[in-house]
Design a protein around this ligand. Structure first.
Ligand code: HEM
Length: 214
């Protein structure tokens, strides 16, 4: 298993797999198979894939620990960057067809519609993470600070789930399903953080008090 995970071809294969949803969208655009409302179709597909890639990225650490596969770390950055790639497409499908690239009208909409505000927050949080995803930035920021910054991916995923929940009108099963996955991953992370803190806590030695009465 290890040789498979560290092979450069596996990385190429995962990269190509991550491009399949994009390829499918391009194919549908060329063939004109985007349904009755092409903009809505693109918004939904890119929004869905953003949330999925955020969840895939968040799965890496638990899977590394649970299945004892430390080399899975090689894929985390790529998956996170694909989440960013799909959210950029998602944002473009909004900024272009919905807002005609008019930034002032976009700001008004961000301020007016809560589901857009929350989605925008999720997007903005991903920008510094995408910029600082290189080894050079880890060195520049220092491991601790870099890790703190990259924990914002949880906030981004939660924002994505709330955004989705708020925008659906009736059937909330899908956002609730994504929400449950994000909650499980967040709880797992909090659990492992608390257990690590507890195991690192200084051992308190209680010195028996010397009684004056002997
Ligand atoms: C982390 C960031 C984001 C995530 C995870 C996300 C996710 C999603 C998801 C899952 C959907 C619904 C897909 C479906 O129905 O199957 C969606 C729809 C949508 N999103 Fe986002 N989104 C994000 C950011 C944004 C941003 C920044 C904007 C615009 C400023 C935006 C605008 C929209 C719009 C307009 C829709 C369609 C609404 C409708 O059909 O009425 N999203 N998004």
């Amino acid at each position: 298993m290890r040789s498979l995970l560290i092979s450069k071809w596996t990385k190429v294969a995962v990269f190509l797999l991550c491009l399949i949803p994009f390829g499918e969208l391009v194919w549908r655009i060329i063939k004109g198979e985007l349904g009755a409302n092409p903009v809505e179709f693109l918004q939904h597909a890119t929004g869905d894939w953003t949330l999925r890639f955020l969840i895939f990225t968040l799965c890496i650490t638990p899977f590394r620990k649970l299945f004892k596969l430390p080399d899975l770390i090689r894929f985390r950055r790529m998956l996170g960057l694909f989440a960013f790639f799909y959210v950029c497409l998602h944002f473009l499908t909004y900024l272009g067809p919905d807002q005609s690239f008019d930034l002032s009208s976009m700001w008004k909409d961000v301020a007016k519609r809560p589901f857009i505000t929350v989605g925008f927050l999720g997007f903005v949080l991903l920008i510094p993470m995408a910029i600082t995803s290189t080894a050079g930035w880890i060195r520049r920021l220092g491991g601790k600070r870099w890790q703190m910054l990259h924990r914002a991916i949880y906030v981004s995923a939660v924002a994505g789930v709330i955004h989705f929940y708020w925008l659906v009108k009736s059937d909330v099963r899908k956002p609730l399903f994504y929400g449950a996955l994000v909650a499980i991953l967040l709880l797992w992370r909090l659990g492992s953080w608390f257990s690590r803190r507890r195991s690192q806590a200084p051992v308190r030695v209680t010195v028996p008090s010397v009684s004056m009465n002997g």
